[in-house]
Design a protein around this ligand. Sequence first.
Ligand code: FES
Length: 610
Amino acid sequence: MLRSTCNGPKATMEGTLMDAPSKEFALAGSLEELKIKGRLVVHGGHRPILVIYDRGRVFALDNRCPHMGFPLERGSVEDGILTCHWHHARFDLESGCTFDLWADDVPICPVEVRNGDVWVKTNFTHADLAAHWRQRLANGLAHDLGLVIAKAMHGQLAAGVPQAEIVREVALFGARNRDGWGVGLTILTALANILPVLPEEEAYLALFHGARRVAADCDGEAPRRERAPLGSRPDPAALKRWLRRWTNVRHREAAERTLLTAIAAGFSPAELADALFAAETERAFADTGHSLDFINKAFECLDLVGWQHAAALLPTVVGQMVAARGAEESTAWRQPVDLVALCEKSTSELADLLAAGRGWRDWSGRAALAQQLLGDDPARIVDALKEAIRAGAAPADLGQSLAYAAALRVARFGNANEHADWETAHHVFTYANAVHQMLTRIGTANIDTHGTAVRGVLHGAMALYLARYLNVPPARIPGDGGEQLDDLPADPETIGAALLDAFDRQRQVDLAARLVARHLTLGHSPQALIATLAHAVLREDAGFHAYQMLEAGVRQFGASGDTDEGRHILIAVARYLAAHSPTERASLQTADIARRLMQGGELHQEAGSS
Ligand code: FES
């Protein structure tokens, strides 16, 4: 007689007669021996198997506790329940299912009793591995179980599930199970964006971090309520006006329905970006830039998971957008210079100049404009933007210049500042990156209608101006002016190891910057350096901002290329990361335990012998 289980494989009752044992089965011992000892351990090729005799029945299961690998042979059985003696997780002996969700289910395997001998099937498998691990990921996300998420991520990748499909599963879970876009979905998207430059093992870590942060965001939250588009199909200009109107009066329901109507009407990603950018910039530097960053990330997420999910994902940003606090409410933007009034006055002037602009492809003044944006006179900063437009700069060029200037603010962050001030520099950089990405997406095809979008550049420029104290005095940027840095190692592997070693210690900001400069000035591969920086983030219990900084830096480096500007950008990333490392690395430990359990390692024995 066969009994079905929650784990897929099936256990047989004592005395079941079968045909000749296949090669997949191994002899565990005689039934008599098992009855006397109560349990036997078979050391199969992949993992040890525990065979248990309990009240007339025989069971076989992975001997390694699914929690942290403690040998279950040392556990106890009572009333059909197996208890691990390490952290006392309890399991249904027949199915392997756990009563303690944090521990995960223990895999079981078929066992046969034949002519007085006990045979066990030594491989643990499922008919549809991808479906099995997809379900496990759903369970892990639903209950915010880091270990289950890590195993499911490993299992899906090993089963050949495309990374984009995994990102889609997690993103849609996050959109459904939380009332609004959050930190978790931002981290997921940021890490998914850099998957193409990561080695395989780092991709596992990146997906794990993204998924666990989405699960944590959704834990205990009310699920999202669906809204419907309007029954009519107003023209694009009206929908854009309405979105701005509802944002101004903080009417979330109206803004969501307007956006859903635009999606249902088939607006292109560029048109949707234009409408949301215009609404978002009704407030200056809203929520210290996070609101726009989240909007940009929602667009990037749709690029990754497919625009057929626009109605599920994009409206999740509206709640924060309409509720965000604008910088116009803060004293710093009003006194001693009324920066808000300056932005409002300059917006129409910039829009008019853009409308008259031609020959955008020929403009090459990004580095020079960035230096002007770092100035200490806001009126001159606006003049520099106007001059750039007259010289042929397109909106995206302004955004990229702003992002480079903001990266320089981080790269020159003075060590005399308070530690919390790093976040001020970071906010401007990630906001500027979002402005650049959004303006690139919007493009120039409809320049006459999106002049308001340049408000984002003005707001970013003023936020950058207000953060000028962070560079007083400025930190030196290594590698400039042909500086050789010959006291540092020369080969890329040693530089990479030294960089990771620097991240192992607190306050190695300047050393990290010098090693990055050394790597790039010697002409070594930027991709290898980016992989090292990514590893430095993924091995930590990184804060939200570290993921943002890494991804925005990689994006901006990609736009600038392996140039002086690119070097400055990666130095900014390294300095920020060095200021925030090391951490406890608890998540890395969870990911490592999951990986070793999935690969069949005997964790407890390995730990005991180390
Ligand atoms: S409960 Fe078994 S190792 Fe933790």
